[in-house]
Design a protein around this ligand. Structure first.
Ligand code: SF4
Length: 359
């Protein structure tokens, strides 16, 4: 990496903090928060979730579980239900197990060193730096997509951000820019600056306080940064849910396999390599193996979609009324009232909500 001049670095930090003081009016409920528990909750919710979507969840979480003890002692299904719709359920599982660990092993006291925070389940370097700096003002720079974008543009760094070399370079640079003694202010400033000024698309360079020394702005290459070495390949999956009803109750199971959405619930499902018409699906071997009873088709839904990091899930829901009860491994019949209280993946929840089936 080309050595960035000390003057350029000083300029960056000074102007960023100046922008923060004069112009940053981004309001967030967790801003200026010093309680590590609340900061931790906000950071875990915001991992892979848009701020606008995360806000509501944060407020509901803090209302229902105002401290670590309440979260640690909550019934797991209550926490999963509150998490419903956020996706990435491993985050929720880690949240529960970390809350129990702190409550039971650390006597309910949130750790106060970077290393101990980093050792918590579900906490990576970014989240550890955020908690350490916001709660305790410890000198650890946050490095996420916002930060690498801002730094790669301002310093015109051509090294891909998703390589081992790139990660080290951006971490070292971010750390060297951190204003010691003001880590909390600096970290909040760069995150807000990336989210509101140096945005992924259409950065507001014309009114940017850093523009006079921004390397990519002066070369007119802002859109070339950040540089990435590879695109994430996305697998497309086709799931056909059989919403099988018998006597006003529905066949449901909890997912336990080593796949997405562990611990959430689902209807009977058939996975296909390619999209199928309903007619082809009903003729398929997989369908005949599952539905041995006579049935009536009540409805076939439009396709629903859910994007995961490496997968695009397509779901179609076929509501069937069975004439006889059948035995499906792992599946049990649940009433509408029971279904309302259990947690589903977002794609199924979207169907249930739109159909208004269980209200
Ligand atoms: S001038 Fe544009 S690209 Fe450079 S830091 Fe400011 S907003 Fe980002």
């Amino acid at each position: 990496m080309p050595e960035k001049s000390a003057q350029l670095k000083l300029f960056f930090t000074k102007k960023l903090l100046e922008w923060n003081q004069k112009f940053n009016n981004r309001e967030m409920p967790w801003k200026k928060e010093k309680d590590p528990y609340k900061i931790w909750i906000s950071e875990i919710i915001l991992q892979q979730t848009r701020v606008e979507q995360g806000l509501d969840y944060y407020n509901r979480f803090i209302k229902q579980f105002p401290n670590i003890k309440k979260l640690a002692q909550a019934k797991e299904f209550t926490v999963f239900k509150l998490w419903e719709g956020l996706g990435y359920y491993s985050r929720c599982k880690n949240l529960i197990s970390t809350a129990k660990f702190i409550n039971e092993e650390l006597k309910g006291v949130f750790p106060d060193t970077y290393e101990e925070i980093l050792a918590l389940k579900g906490v990576g370097p970014y989240t550890a730096a955020a908690i350490a700096s916001f709660a305790y003002n410890l000198p650890y720079a946050v490095v996420d997509g916002n930060v690498t974008r801002v730094l790669s543009r301002f310093f015109s760094i051509n090294i891909p951000i998703d390589t081992t070399e790139g990660k080290k370079i951006f971490n070292d640079l971010a750390q060297s820019l951190l204003k010691k003694g003001q880590a909390n202010l600096y970290n909040q400033a760069i995150m807000d600056f990336g989210a509101t000024i140096c945005k992924p698309r259409l950065p507001i360079c014309s009114s940017c306080l850093l523009a006079s020394n921004c390397q990519s702005f002066s070369n007119n290459t802002t859109n070339s940064y950040p540089v990435k070495s590879k695109r994430i390949s996305q697998k497309e999956r086709w799931l056909y849910y059989l919403v099988a009803e018998y006597n006003d109750r529905f066949y449901i199971r909890k997912r336990a396999q080593n796949d997405i959405w562990q611990n959430l619930h689902e209807f009977l499902v058939i996975e296909m390599d390619l999209p199928k018409t309903t007619e082809d699906l009903l003729k398929s071997k997989q369908f005949k193996e599952r539905i041995a009873s006579e049935f009536n088709i009540i409805s076939v839904s439009k396709p629903y979609q859910q994007k995961l990091t490496h997968q695009l899930i397509n779901g179609v829901f076929i509501h069937l009324k069975l004439k006889n009860p059948v035995v499906f491994e792992d599946f049990v019949l649940k009433s509408k009232g029971q279904i309302k209280r259990i947690a589903f993946p977002r794609i199924i929840d979207g169907y249930i909500t739109q159909q208004n089936m269980f209200s």
